[in-house]
Ligand binder design. Structure first.
Ligand code: AMP
Ligand code: MG
Length: 408
């Protein structure tokens, strides 16, 4: 990617990382500390409230990594060894009798006195039942030692870890039936605009269907938030005031639309009356305007209304904010560097998040990148990041954030 002109010169625009740093600082200053104890299976998407400390060694005892034979290596002189016991997973073996070997299966405890397991493929059972080994043997081979994965007292998952299937599986392996997690974040979702109606109703003149409401509500639900669907807010000051009062005590009011400097910014007016509101002009495309403030002490984030802008600003700014409120440290999505499969000739003064896909390992972009076109994101597998002031030739490196990284 070649910087053109003065990189980073964005005029009055706020760079994405500055906006993110500010939002994360606000989030860190308003942490959600209340916790609840949940059955392990209900912890998906939630955030661990306390370090998970192992009360076990894992494995709790040395066990066999193979189906084969356990022996005391010093007993193997080339003379066939008799089989003195058979040990299946789930059994407690007896100590190995000297001069013998034990038939053993994967996951079964290695008997005291044995220091080597040979896989059955390298063993020959003679007609008299005694066993010879065809390959050279090493001490400790094919034995998973006690505590190989974890030892008692180790922090296995730190507080602030986002829990998913892998963490749930790990907690289960340590015997945890429940975990203490941060309570759900309560988010009120507001869609603003007189032009909006809900799907299922006939479309009148000048109207469009409200897509941001369901987009955000289901995204937030996936993230483990408790969503208060606050419906559509008309472009009207008294109605806006009234609705804000009704919202009550949520952790965040998340609105879309009405944040451009347009005349219909009633949410902004109402918030300024009883709170505080900053309008940020971000060096991001789609997305430029974003509001940030509070209403009677309740934090408010106002995302731009165009659906692709809503998506991008939620993914890159509001989502990290919500995770940080819960104490998550790793809030930024992984970005991969991939070669561009397209040309970008005109450097912009905003960082672009193009809706794109990987084809033969190269990022390609949807034909229409208008901020109103949500179909671009449905087609896409990720956001292709083109830095401000850059041009791209085919094959130049470009950032790629898989949507799967942020959609949960
Ligand atoms: P605004 O920020 O209110 O000026 O809205 C910017 C654009 O996004 C306008 O074209 C709106 O009609 C559109 N828009 C705003 N909110 C929504 C929504 N909830 N669903 C779909 N489009 C919206
Ligand atoms: Mg509007």
């Amino acid at each position: 990617m070649k910087p053109v002109g003065k990189p980073g010169r964005t005029g009055e625009l706020m760079p994405v990382e500055v906006a993110l740093a500010r939002l994360l600082a606000l989030a860190a200053a308003a942490p959600i500390r209340d916790t609840e104890t949940l059955p392990l299976a209900a912890c998906e998407g939630r955030v661990l409230a306390q370090d998970l400390v192992s009360t076990l060694d894992l494995p709790p005892w040395p066990n066999s990594a193979m189906d084969g034979y356990a022996l005391h290596l010093a007993d193997w002189t080339g003379e066939p060894l008799p089989v003195s016991q058979r040990i299946f997973a789930g059994q407690a073996p007896e100590a190995l009798a000297r001069g013998t070997c034990a038939r053993i299966f994967t996951g079964a405890p290695v008997p005291a006195g044995a220091d080597c397991v040979e896989m059955q493929e390298n063993a020959q059972v003679q007609a008299d039942g005694r066993v010879v080994f065809t390959q050279s043997l090493r001490v400790q081979q094919n034995i998973r030692p006690q505590g190989q994965e974890t030892t008692v007292g180790e922090v296995v998952l730190p507080a602030g870890t986002r829990l998913g299937p892998i963490e749930q599986g790990l907690a289960a392996s340590l015997g945890c039936a429940t975990l203490e997690v941060i309570r759900r974040v309560h988010v009120a979702v507001l869609s603003t605009g007189d032009e909006l109606i809900e799907p299922g109703q006939p479309l009148g003149p000048g109207q469009i269907y409200n897509s941001n409401r369901v987009l955000l509500c289901s995204w937030l639900t996936r993230m483990g938030c408790e969503v208060l669907d606050a419906g559509i807010l008309p472009d009207d000051l008294p109605a806006t005031r009234q609705r804000l009062v009704e919202l009550g005590d949520v952790d965040l009011i998340l609105s879309t639309g009405g944040v451009s400097v347009g005349e219909a910014d009633f949410l902004g007016i109402a918030l300024r009356e009883e709170g505080e509101l900053a309008l940020w002009k971000l060096a991001i495309k789609p997305g430029k305007p974003l509001t940030c403030g509070h209403y009677r002490g309740v934090p408010v984030i106002g995302l731009p209304g165009n659906p692709a802008s809503t998506l991008v600003t939620f993914a890159l700014l509001a989502r990290p904010y919500l995770l940080r409120r819960q104490g998550v440290q790793a809030v930024e999505p992984l970005t991969f560097q991939v070669p561009a499969g397209f040309v970008w000739a005109k450097p912009g003064n905003r960082r672009e998040y193009l809706r794109g896909r990987l084809e033969q390992g190269r990022a390609v972009i949807y034909k229409n990148q208008s901020s109103g076109v949500l179909r671009s994101a449905a087609w896409a597998e990720g956001l292709v990041e083109v830095r401000e002031g850059s041009t791209l030739a085919q094959g130049d490196e470009v950032g790629f954030i898989p949507l799967s990284e942020v959609l949960g």
